[in-house]
Design a protein around this ligand. Structure first.
Ligand code: FAD
Length: 508
């Protein structure tokens, strides 16, 4: 049985403000934008927001907004923006080091692609420290299965993470998208958010951008790149979907994690039926996970849809991509899958709440991780983690014949690269700004290197390193950029973070 949920702990300044607002409003939590007098003047039956006047310049197609004073809703040591695998690692690490920590998440659940993206399996999990703690908690709930690949129960992931946050003392705000950084000269002092609670300012000693897309860094003016160097093309997007009524097929057990056979069967149906779809991986990659059975009986998630040439930071393109992928699920994949013996009765349980973005902005940091670092198996004394996953570039466009990767040295393949130690020194720090760190798939690296370090175990490990760096800087009254990287590496090891074995060549 689950333990009773600990009370949701809050940084004290925030808790006080919440209490004040609740006290003013009685049982209703009023937004700071709602004035007490406005509510009182209306006899308590109605509330009214004091609206702002704006000037519309229709000719120039702009709206002039008046200057404004925004209430400070919280002041914390470490503010984590984005609650995906990276953000939960960062927040748990910062709070467990004693920092007053607040995490902002635009969805109403933690863990990003793990939950809102319906993703599985958990790649590159052997990272130690907080990654191990999460896995242990999932195992205790029977929500983690290790059979060649590591799969987890998506619903239990949401719940376990909320409990871990509560135990560590992290406050998290759901449905709270980041709007704008608060910049003072060369220092990031916090962020502005706009939510149902109105427009609010949040102050912090250190902000960690874990949005995946590098939203905070980009809005703070950090240069960024995206996609392939030659033309900016990014990897395609995928809307995962869940199925039930899956009992295995071809006599294979239902808990088979991924099926080479499934890819072949689906390809055959698509060819026979002349369906307007190209399977994502191409013949040379048919062993890639595709239909992933989850812990428990008769449920699986499917990674099949691909939408190409999308800018994941453009809301209109994202809306069209989501609808296009959902159409692929209903009109192509489900009918095709139901033609495979053993899958005739399968049902769609859901399409993921959020389409999966493999690649968006990569922020410019103090070091750019290159494919060559992996090919040369470079080691760095200030590594914050290692990458245990291979180079995994999906087709950028099925019609594009440009080679995805440069030729590798003899004897090296994109798979053998995964056996090398690949650290991320200085990839998490802006060149000039202070008070800001980032981690996850938006770190400073090349398009090709990114395809290996973007998996979730690596991202959570980067997050835990960023959280530790931020909390250590706050405790020492210094900035993350002033921390010695080799010392941070040692602090991580002391907490049980795992790196690949020593003995490989050191970086010059
Ligand atoms: C289709 C697909 C399949 C994949 N398969 C695997 C796999 O099998 N195994 C594996 O390990 N990895 C896989 N990956 C890679 C992995 O999922 C991502 O690279 C990883 O989740 C990145 O972690 P992150 O925390 O940096 O970003 P995300 O997981 O994207 O999390 C970012 C979080 O920030 C929040 N956020 C974003 N912007 C804002 C904002 N402005 N304000 C507030 N919150 C915000 C988001 O809601 C989200 O919760 C896959 C990726 C895709 C797209």
């Amino acid at each position: 049985m689950n333990q009773p949920l600990p009370p949701h702990s809050a940084p004290s300044a925030t808790r006080r403000r919440h209490f004040l607002r609740t006290a003013v409003a009685g049982t209703v939590l009023l937004s700071p934008a709602l004035t007490r007098s406005a509510a009182a003047d209306l006899g308590g039956a109605f509330s009214r927001v004091v609206a702002r006047q704006m000037k519309v310049d229709a000719g120039a197609q702009v709206v002039a907004e008046p200057a404004r004073r925004t209430p400070v809703a919280a002041e914390v040591d470490v503010l984590v923006v984005g609650g995906g695998p990276t953000g939960v690692g960062a927040a748990l690490a910062a709070a467990s080091e004693g920092a007053k920590t607040l995490l902002l998440e635009r969805n109403a659940m933690l863990s990003g692609m793990w939950t809102a993206g319906l993703l599985n399996p958990f790649f590159d999990p052997r990272k130690g420290w907080l990654v191990d703690r999460l896995i242990e908690k999932l195992q205790q709930q029977g929500a983690w299965v290790r059979k060649g690949m590591d799969v987890f129960d998506v619903e239990m992931m949401k719940f376990v993470l909320e409990r871990l946050m509560a135990e560590a003392g992290v406050e998290y705000w759901y449905n709270c998208p980041f709007t704008e950084p608060i910049l003072q000269g060369e220092r990031v002092r916090g962020v502005i958010v706009e939510s149902k609670s109105g427009r609010e300012a949040l102050l912090a000693q250190v902000v960690i951008d874990c949005t995946g897309d590098g939203d905070v860094g980009a809005r703070a003016g950090v240069p960024f790149e995206r996609g392939r160097k030659s033309d900016g093309l990014c990897q395609p997007l995928t809307l995962m979907f869940g199925i039930s009524g899956y009992e295995g097929f071809r006599g294979l057990p239902a808990d088979r994690l991924t099926t080479h056979e499934f890819f072949k069967d689906l390809s055959k149906v698509i060819d026979e039926q002349r369906l307007p779809i190209q399977l994502p991986y191409g013949p040379q990659r048919s062993g890639t996970p595709f239909l992933i059975a989850l812990p428990g009986k008769a449920v699986a998630v499917v990674q099949a849809t691909h939408v190409y040439r999308v800018d994941a930071t453009n809301v209109r393109e994202m809306s069209r991509a989501t609808a296009a992928a959902r159409r692929q699920v209903h009109e192509v994949f489900l009918p095709a899958m139901r033609r495979i013996p053993g899958l005739e009765n399968l049902r769609l349980s859901q399409t993921a709440p959020q389409i999966g973005v493999r690649e968006a902005r990569r922020l410019e940091g103090r070091y750019r991780l290159e494919l060559d670092d992996m090919l040369q198996a470079r080691r760095f004394g200030d590594a914050v983690t290692s990458v245990g996953f291979h180079v995994d570039l999906h087709e950028l466009d099925p019609k594009d014949s440009t080679p995805k990767l440069p030729p590798f040295p003899p004897g090296v393949t994109r798979h053998t690269i995964s056996k090398r130690d690949i650290p991320h020194p200085r990839c998490l720090l802006p060149k000039t700004l202070e008070g800001l760190l980032w981690a996850g798939r938006c770190i400073s690296g090349s398009h090709e290197a990114h395809s290996a370090y973007r998996v979730t175990g690596t991202c959570m490990a980067m997050g835990q390193a960023a959280g530790l760096a931020a909390a250590t800087a706050v405790r020492r009254k210094t900035t993350p950029s002033e921390l010695d990287g080799a010392e941070l590496h040692a602090l991580l090891r002391a907490r049980g973070a795992q790196f690949l074995p020593r003995g490989l060549r050191a970086a010059t």
